[in-house]
Ligand binder design. Sequence first.
Ligand code: 0RQ
Length: 498
Amino acid sequence: LQETIRNEDFLHKVVPVEEAITWIEDGMILGVSGFTLFGEPKLFLQKLAERGEQEDFKIDLYTGASMSESADGTMVENDLIRYRLPYQGNPILRKQINLGSVSYIDQHLSQTSETLRQGVIGPIDYAVIEATAITEDGLIIPSGSVGNSPIFIEHAENVIVEVNLNLPKEYEGLHDIYIPNAQGKRSPIPITDASDRIGDIGIRVDPDKVKGIIISNKNDSPSPLFEPNETTQIIANNLLTFLEEEVKSGRLTEELAPIQSGVGSVANAVLNGMKHSQFRNVVVASEVIQDGIFDLIEAGVVKFAYATAFSLSDKRVASLKSDLAKHCNKIMLRPQEISNHPEVIRRLGIIAFNTAIEADIYGNVNSTHINGTHMMNGIGGSGDFTRNSRISIFVTPSTAKDGRISTIVPFVSHVDHTNHDVDVIVTENGYVDMRGLAPREIAEQLIENCMHPQYREQAWSYFEEAKKKSGGNTPHILQKAHAWHLHFQKNGTMLLNK
Ligand code: 0RQ
């Protein structure tokens, strides 16, 4: 244990987890580590969830992003969560959010820290943070995610550290912890090259705030491995064609510009496709490092990658120790405030690609809501990257639910990314580069190049009627703008003749 907790003051604070969970009282706010299932204080959350089975109390849970079953699943099942922010992806929690029994604040992932700093949310009663080590000078070395942990620690009244003895020691040295000062005392964030190291290898903590240290040996929960299918493969190919055209036109080189990729099946297919592409020495400046990024490093396509967290399947969780040993100088984890910071994204000129739930014929994108009302996961980092990137790309299959839903609609049922922010939309039918096009041109091209053929006729009919009856820069018929969604609700399909 002394090799892991290398500071005497901290060694004396080790307590059983059973004791630490009793410190949490009804109504408290917890800021816990964890992002895309990686780096959670797994033992603490599991035991707290179990305590919720016996006792009636509620907490507000702030995290980095999506959490595993014991946090967002079991805690919700045991009715423990009152408020939740800033992102989730758990079916049990999603259900309670949509029933209105958990209050969900869906935030841009770069902004949680600033709302905390300003005192808009919080104050945090307990920060509970997973660590792989505590150094001689008292730095907390995080594990597979940094997320919001530094800001939670800075703003918490008390800190609990869950030291995990079962994680790769190679995590030490991988993190770059930089926390901006409060407004009025800030300097530019000094990242000019993606690989610039600007902070510490761990998180500084006032030792007096550390109320206890618990010891665990639980492994991270793997994410599903998304194997490309025919549709996702074609979407990926279309996106890669767009990037190749950018190279041909001289706007990009084969190194591209730093890339950010979302998570999920299409993102994975794109990364897969890049393995056999012409692109070389690509830099990844993203939010998560998925399996595909390790594959690209090994294929020599990616030369450096930073993010705020890993999101890995079983296979890569198993090989993580040796992967980190091999690639430690090519990988870095930063706080999500920095990986997703508008200033850094704009300065580096990132190419962002994320997945849409639906887009409309003018290029507005919905990333979060089903039928305008029901939360899916949350905006995550998609807004941080979309608004501030050099090229913002959205991918989506052109239909969902076996063709009964068109993902290109006359008017999105919820807007996360306005068409001012969206540059390119890609489906399996093709892509539209909306840069430099006016709304009416965008509509014509999206209907012809991205929409599924079976929906094109009814889309043309809407668009023609809108031009004739309403006109305007962005023609709409407001009475019919959501007719496709309403038809789906009534008849189970967006095809208006069915
Ligand atoms: O339903 O689960 O019942 O099969 O939505 O859709 O096609 O499997 O796509 O898993 O890649 O998720 C946008 C949700 C896509 C995700 C979203 C149904 C569809 C299916 C899932 P089933 P797919 P994916 C990085 C950046 C926001 C955050 C973000 C997301 C299910 O990518 O949450 O980008 N993004 N963050 O059938 C009704 C439609 C539908 C639809 C799809 N139009 N209407 N249902 N579905 N389109 C990550 C972080 O920030 C951490």
